[in-house]
Design a protein around this ligand. Structure first.
Ligand SMILES: Nc1ncnc2c1ncn2[C@@H]1O[C@H](COP(=O)(O)OP(=O)(O)O)[C@@H](O)[C@H]1O
Ligand SMILES: [Mg+2]
Length: 153
């Protein structure tokens, strides 16, 4: 499994990383975003959306669970499973998104862990002071083997 580490020192840098990340994603990719509340998962996704050419501003899907953005180079499905903490077995049709034509990003994937594909990219974000974040990207599965995230670090 490939693993990449980096640090950011402002929300702008995390957004910029998300934007560069977009240059390496493909239809059908699943990206799991791990990390505490307020660490920068949505901020990363906002950058990713920008990199995909999506003009709409990304808002947290905490209450809607899923937001779809169709105006970029690839559809973006942005999920937030936080509200499912107490009902992890609820079937909300996530599977169709995972196998759809877009890129799926999941915040709080631990709450739907039985539904997420084994092959995925995980992005772990950890707070390291007020504005510093440690980010770890791990590529799980053959599908992602040849993706060189090193080139955007
Ligand atoms: N290096 C950084 N990367 C990302 N966000 C940062 C960073 N430094 C400060 N922040 C702030 O942390 C908060 C992250 O919020 P958000 O992206 O909504 O988190 P999450 O989706 O993980 O709950 C924002 O207020 C952002 O401005
Ligand atoms: Mg969020």
């Amino acid at each position: 499994m490939q693993e990449y580490n980096l640090q950011t020192h402002s929300y702008q840098e995390t957004e910029e990383f998300g934007k560069k990340f977009a240059s390496l994603v493909q239809a059908g990719d699943v990206i799991l975003l791990n990390g505490d509340l307020g660490v920068g998962k949505t901020t990363f996704t906002r950058g990713l959306a920008r990199g995909l050419g999506i003009a709409k501003n990304v808002k947290s899907p905490t209450f809607t669970l899923i937001r779809e953005y169709q105006d970029g180079n690839l559809p973006l499905y942005h999920m937030d499973a936080y509200r499912l903490e107490n009902n992890p077995d609820e079937d909300l049709g996530f599977d169709e998104y995972f196998h759809g034509n877009g890129v799926t990003v999941v915040e709080w994937p631990q709450f739907i862990k039985d539904e997420v594909p084994d092959d995925h990219i995980s992005v772990n974000v950890k707070r390291d002071g007020e504005d510093d974040r440690k980010i770890t990207v791990k590529l799980h599965g053959d599908k992602y083997e040849s993706r060189n995230f090193g080139e955007i670090l």
